[in-house]
Ligand binder design. Structure first.
Ligand SMILES: Nc1cc(-c2cccs2)n[nH]1
Length: 247
């Protein structure tokens, strides 16, 4: 999979050179190109913003540098073929919420392009214009406001990139994660079995895999019911045992 990111702070994306995503890039499983939006300006001051029509505080990102950058990326896209377009993701507090389900959906794409807005946002006409060459999606990390899209892109590239086959060493570790089955993950423990007078739950030392699975499932349900009751409502409980339904 290929990622392209456009930002006025390209150095913000440097953490994607590290760890799992960095290794996947070295191994050729992922490609990541970061573009400085100012490269696509034409004036001496490399201007990317201006005052908002209609007044109001702050500045708005000018459309033309974005059009120049996105056109160059689309022209080199492996997804720019008949019946297919690269996906342009615009992080925004006004977007659809990014979830594990959306991460899986996007991990199937060939080419994802991210536009990191700053200031009060990008001129809306850019998102309309980009619809010709891209499938455009405004995506929110959650109901809070960041100063720019870069932090959201770091999170999304990691969440999506790790789902690409081969990126995570043991694909089994993707199965029992939070949200993979609609529930939060169960609590985990390691050595020592006794630590500061706190013991690891006995069942986990028993070697009885049936009991261990039951313990873990019950703790997933309990943790989800306590911390994210909203997820419980969305569950299909038809496959739940009587005990599980009463947790
Ligand atoms: N979820 C979310 C996204 C954002 C921003 C994206 C770009 C500027 S601010 N804030 N919160």
């Amino acid at each position: 999979m290929r990622f392209d990111v456009v930002s006025i702070f390209p150095e913000y994306l440097a953490p994607l050179d590290l760890s799992l995503i960095g290794k996947a890039r070295t191994d050729g499983l992922l490609e990541l190109n970061v573009h400085d939006l100012r490269t696509y300006t034409k004036d001496r001051h490399r201007t990317v913003d201006d005052t908002p029509y209609g007044g109001g505080a702050g500045m708005v990102m000018k459309p033309e540098p974005w059009a120049q950058a996105l056109t160059e990326i689309a022209e080199t896209s492996p997804a720019s073929v008949p019946e297919r377009k690269p996906t342009l993701i615009v992080p925004s507090p006004a977007g659809e919420v990014f979830t594990q389900k959306l991460a899986y959906e996007l991990s199937e794409e060939v080419h994802l392009v991210f536009a990191c807005g700053r200031y009060e946002g990008i001129d809306e006409r850019v998102l309309e214009w980009a619809g010709e060459q891209f499938t455009v999606r405004a995506v929110s990390l959650g109901d809070y406001v960041l100063n720019g899209g870069e932090v959201a892109v770091l999170a999304m590239v990691e969440a999506i990139g790790r789902l690409v086959p081969g990126v995570v060493g043991n694909p089994e570790s993707l199965i029992e994660e939070s949200h993979s089955d609609g529930l939060l993950e169960y609590p985990v423990y390691t050595k020592p079995s006794s630590w500061r007078e706190r013991e690891v739950p006995e069942v986990l030392l028993s070697g009885n895999h049936g009991k261990i699975a039951k313990f873990r499932r019950e703790h997933q349900l309990r943790r989800t019911a306590t911390r994210r009751p909203d997820l419980i409502d969305a569950l299909d409980v038809s496959s739940f045992s009587k005990t599980e339904r009463n947790i």
